[in-house]
Ligand binder design. Sequence first.
Ligand code: LMR
Length: 400
Amino acid sequence: VFGHLARAPEDPILGVTVAYNKDRSPVKLNLGVGAYRTEEGKPLVLNVVRRAEHTLVNDSSRVKEYLPIVGLADFNKLSAKLIFGADSPAIQENRVTTVQCLSGTGSLRVGAEFLAKHYHQRTIYIPMPTWGNHPKVFTLAGLSVKTYHYYDPATRGLNFQGLLEDLGSAPSGAIVLLHACAHNPTGVDPTLGQWAQIRQLMRSKGLLPFFDSAYQGFASGNLDEDAQSVRIFVADGGECLVAQSYAKNMGLYGERVGALSIVCKTADVASRVESQLKLVIRPMYSNPPIHGASIVATILKDRNMFHDWTIELKAMADRIISMRQQLFDALSSRGTPGDWSHIIKQIGMFTFTGLNSEQVAFMTKEYHIYMTSDGRISMAGLSSRTVPHLADAIHAAVTR
Ligand code: LMR
């Protein structure tokens, strides 16, 4: 009965890893998926995560019962504090409802399903470009997806004018997806002043912000600084949605741990929203897994562990920043044609190199370097040892 099915293409991001795994070259390099690697090119489990797991394993009172539909209560409370700030009026006034979800993607999906069911506007504006999974998540949840200008290929920076014009002409009430920090794939973020203008425009038109916060701590190395965009919106008392992921900032990729928060106007509305979120979640996956959320809660509630986490997080962010400098220097010393200063200007895990899909295919074929076809490279996958190989490949691709 399935004989008529065509073979579906691999995922544009995760499929890069599939291709990489098949390559037998000793110099192969995976700069596709946004996953942190050490200088030795190995995945990293944070020391603080190991410690938290140790604590959990040694606690014989812990059981494997089902979590409530909305997840682990401590985890939800602490996640809201992390993104909104401990002194957030929205938290103090109980206007926030937070539910544990399956990492960033699951949080976006639950939020989108909720909006498709209960919000009067079913159009969501996403930046152009954006993470490849965004349009799929929103479309399958029943929202209609439109784009707004974001990136300017000429300057390899923000097309702020285009962004303001597109949001200015969006229908009143439309949902707008915003990357809280470290925009994926471009590494280009608005300044705080520009965020203030975006907020003013969106609130004046009644546009509903839906933040995707997948890199808190990864852009600047500072958790509070990377939450500023969200906090600017929450400070005005208006509504917003936030999807949080702990995949990158705690290195908990495969644990699938994240949260969806919805900031409401009153505590009563927030509790009714939560009751409806439960109706979205229960038929989807019943209730979320316990282990990853327990690790996060253990770290967030212990002052020492929290402190140690911030140190390890900063070290990851700093290593990525140093990779930017090293790649930029390597291209400069090769005299590679073009302006490569965007490599050091862009922030977060990715550099949007400006290389086209043909150049990317050439680098994969000749140099065994794997990256997404839009020219995005994960700086977190690079090391001092592999920078020269990448610089050689880029040089060859642009001078061919
Ligand atoms: C990425 O963009 O590489 C990450 O967010 C991983 C993913 O799931 O695509």
